[in-house]
Write a protein that binds this ligand. Structure first.
Ligand SMILES: [Zn+2]
Length: 283
């Protein structure tokens, strides 16, 4: 199974930061009864019956044959430089980028799908209390709706305060809204609901389309059960609508889908229709 896929002039590679803490699915999908998971246990839960997503970002680079001055783009920056209790290890995003031949200073643009801690962790590094840019040459593209929402004191988000807010004073913040072109054929696509400004990244090149879905869905079961929402969704009516419409487009237009949290090795796939149901077909 693949961790990388070429869409025309671009190669998109899943870059692991680390495994999350496996949890009981009933704690996360609180409105889904335990028995409703039964048809999906083998594909959606680990052998202990836990929901165990990975944390990752995606690297977008020009393929060797591509022309022009294409920026190197990172979509989402993992959980970051903190030791995780369940593994005893720090996030590996920078190590895994280095293994791909990419150093922090090579990244030109970091696109954040949304401002939750597991997508922004590496944005800012700290020497004591002093923040600096982990990717010193990058501009960070943040949805203005997320920026406005999490800047309000009533919507406390310590990860935002640590890993997004400092970008403004560090001169690396670019607030965006709606569909914005990132590079030729690459643009943001608003899919609000998981957070107020949640966005996907769409890649159109060489007659193919790919989409990086952030947290549009968190389990392979949601490709079929598109109304299932985790407790993390800010507005479940909006997140369901965004999930349904994007998965429908991905299915009917045969998009390559790069997911934020599905298990490594089956995180890239197609949404296909089988027996009247949408199902995930890993590539
Ligand atoms: Zn997430």
């Amino acid at each position: 199974m693949s961790t990388s896929f070429v869409i025309g002039d671009y190669e998109i590679t899943a870059v692991l930061d680390g495994p999350s803490l496996p949890r009981d699915p009933g704690m996360i999908f609180t409105t889904v009864p335990a028995e409703a998971w039964d048809p999906y246990r083998a594909i959606a839960l680990n052998p202990e019956g836990k929901w165990a997503p990975d944390w990752r970002g995606h690297l977008i680079r020009a393929t060797n044959g591509a022309k022009g001055d294409t920026p190197i783009i990172l979509v989402d920056a993992g959980m970051g430089d903190v030791v995780h209790e369940h593994t005893g290890e720090k996030g590996k995003l920078l190590d895994n980028l280095a293994a791909l031949g990419v150093q922090p200073e090579d990244i030109d643009i970091v696109v954040t799908t949304h401002c939750h801690g597991d997508h922004i962790g590496w944005n800012v590094s700290y020497d004591g209390d002093i923040p600096s840019l982990t990717f010193p040459n990058a501009t960070h593209w943040i949805a203005s709706r997320d920026w406005e929402h999490y800047s309000k004191s009533e919507n406390q988000n310590p990860a935002f305060d640590k890993s997004v807010k400092p970008l403004e004073a560090l001169g690396a913040l670019k607030l965006i809204g709606g569909v914005e072109q990132i590079a030729p054929g690459i643009s943001t696509l608003p899919t609000n609901g998981h957070t107020p400004g949640h966005q996907c990244v769409l890649i159109n090149s060489g007659g193919k389309t790919g989409v990086i879905t952030g947290d549009l869905f968190h389990s392979v079961a949601q490709v079929t059960e598109q109304n299932w929402c985790p407790t993390f969704d800010w507005n479940t009516t909006m997140s369901t609508q965004s999930r349904r419409s994007l998965l429908t487009l991905a299915s009917t237009q045969e998009w390559i889908v790069f997911t934020g949290h599905l298990a490594t090795g089956s995180s890239i796939g197609n949404v296909v229709s089988e027996g009247g149901k949408s199902i995930w077909k890993a590539l």
